[in-house]
Design a protein around this ligand. Structure first.
Ligand code: HEM
Length: 406
């Protein structure tokens, strides 16, 4: 393989439900960590598969995240590209506009502020685990736990009634699902935007102690953000936090149950949980099709010359399995020193909600495994089915929480 060869048919499928496509390792091994790939659109793009190249792309301001710019924006499907174009908030814009909008909400996601949500998360998780314990087995971890905690957390954060969580989840599922027709998807997005319109109107009338109020009072009313921008920002925060965290809860559980010796380490030393969460994030890298950029200028990344308008996909999943940075990447090791994975991205777009995601995962997974030490996987990993979006989202994960103890 040379840099002049064009590899057909990106995106590649994962080798197994839990492991990356074999092509990524093969490209690195063949000395071609920056390769040319053919996209569904007939265009070609660069594919970065080494940790160094992924950082080189994502950390360089000469690459744009804006799908409206001229040039190639590599996307895994026509639907994904369309979705990015209609979203239109700061995750798909470039500095300085990006930074201006991100700053409007970033204090809500600071580690210190996020820590204050721990008691809520613990209470919420324990109540859901009670439901799992009492339900006929097996139970579905996606619909009964993974989807529920992030939705309730988002309601708590924004100041929405907890009862609205199910409605928001349902609309979002239709909006994001590959099984929805374009009309169904558009109707679900309209329903979500209408919902946030009503939230905004409510906060205009009455200020409360929540994110929605602070956005309305601090940004919308003084004229820093339009009404359209405000409802889209709320929608974006909802989208950012739900499928991502849900998938990590469900697939993180599967991965741990497949590695009982790692579960035993955690049972012996629960202080390892924060480190285990980092390792699960690295291993699974569920944001598998996030990392698309367009070159704004002629630019070189670690020796590879690209032209203005070239598209590049910086694969977070490939980077997180680069053996130059993570020895034996295929080994799940909850004692692995954390710190260099890019599961939350890298550079100016690095995940805004990462402190919250980490806390949710630590609380939910830690409590799930402590409460049900005999939990057993019913769905075999090979039989997991996925919703093919930019996030690696399992549709159903069945477990028997009582396992052999029943
Ligand atoms: C395990 C859970 C999560 C994962 C794996 C994840 C992953 C990511 C990744 C990879 C990016 C970078 C996008 C890019 O470079 O184009 C990102 C951005 C973002 N994430 Fe997350 N995320 C998670 C949870 C959350 C949560 C809980 C929230 C909020 C409630 C959130 C909100 C956002 C936002 C707003 C951005 C855009 C940041 C920007 O463009 O400046 N995410 N996330």
């Amino acid at each position: 393989m040379t840099v002049d060869d064009v590899i057909p048919a990106w995106p590649f499928d994962r080798a197994t439900a839990l492991t990356p496509p074999g092509e990524y390792a093969a490209l690195r091994r063949d000395g071609c960590p920056m390769a040319r790939v053919a996209l569904w659109s007939g265009e070609t793009a660069w594919l970065a598969t080494s940790h160094a190249d992924v950082l080189g792309v994502l950390g360089d301001p000469r690459f744009s995240s804006d799908p409206h710019r001229p040039g190639v924006m590599p996307s895994p499907s026509a639907a994904a590209l369309q979705f990015w174009k209609v979203k239109g908030t700061f995750d798909k814009t470039d500095p300085p506009e990006h930074d201006r909008e991100r700053r409007m909400v970033q204090t809500e996601f600071l580690v210190k502020r996020v820590r204050g949500h721990r008691p809520f998360l613990e209470r919420t998780t324990d109540a859901l685990l009670d439901t799992l314990a009492a339900a006929p087995q097996p139970v579905d971890l996606v619909t009964m736990l993974g989807d529920v905690v992030p939705a309730l957390m988002t309601c708590e954060l924004m100041g929405l009634p907890a009862d609205d969580g199910a409605l928001l989840r349902a609309h979002l599922a239709t909006f994001m699902s590959q099984a929805s027709t374009p009309e169904q998807s558009a109707a679900a997005m309209t329903a979500l935007l209408d919902y946030f319109d009503a939230v905004i109107a409510d906060r205009e009338r009455e200020e409360r102690d929540d994110l929605a109020s602070r956005l309305v009072q601090g940004q919308l009313l003084p004229g820093h953000l339009s009404r359209e921008g405000t409802r889209r920002m709320l929608l974006d925060l909802l989208i950012g936090g739900l499928d991502t965290t849900s998938s990590m809860i469900a697939l993180g559980t599967v991965l741990l149950l497949e590695n009982p010796e790692q579960v035993a380490l955690l049972a012996d030393d629960p202080g390892l949980w924060p480190q285990a969460v980092e390792e699960l994030l690295r291993y699974l890298t569920i944001a598998q099709f996030i990392g698309s950029r367009t070159a704004l200028d002629d630019v070189s990344v670690n020796e590879t010359a690209m032209s203005a308008g070239d598209g590049v996909f910086a694969s977070l999943l490939a980077a997180n399995w680069d053996p130059a940075v993570f020895p034996d990447p295929e080994v799940l090791d909850v004692t692995r020193p954390p710190g260099r994975h890019v599961a939350f991205g890298y550079g100016v777009h690095q995940c805004l909600g990462q402190a919250l995601a980490r806390l949710e995962l630590e609380v939910v997974l830690g409590r799930l495994f402590a409460r049900f030490p005999a939990m057993r996987l019913v769905t075999r990993p090979a039989d997991l089915r996925f919703n093919r979006t930019t996030i690696h989202t399992a549709l159903e994960v069945l477990v028997d929480v009582h396992g052999e103890q029943r």
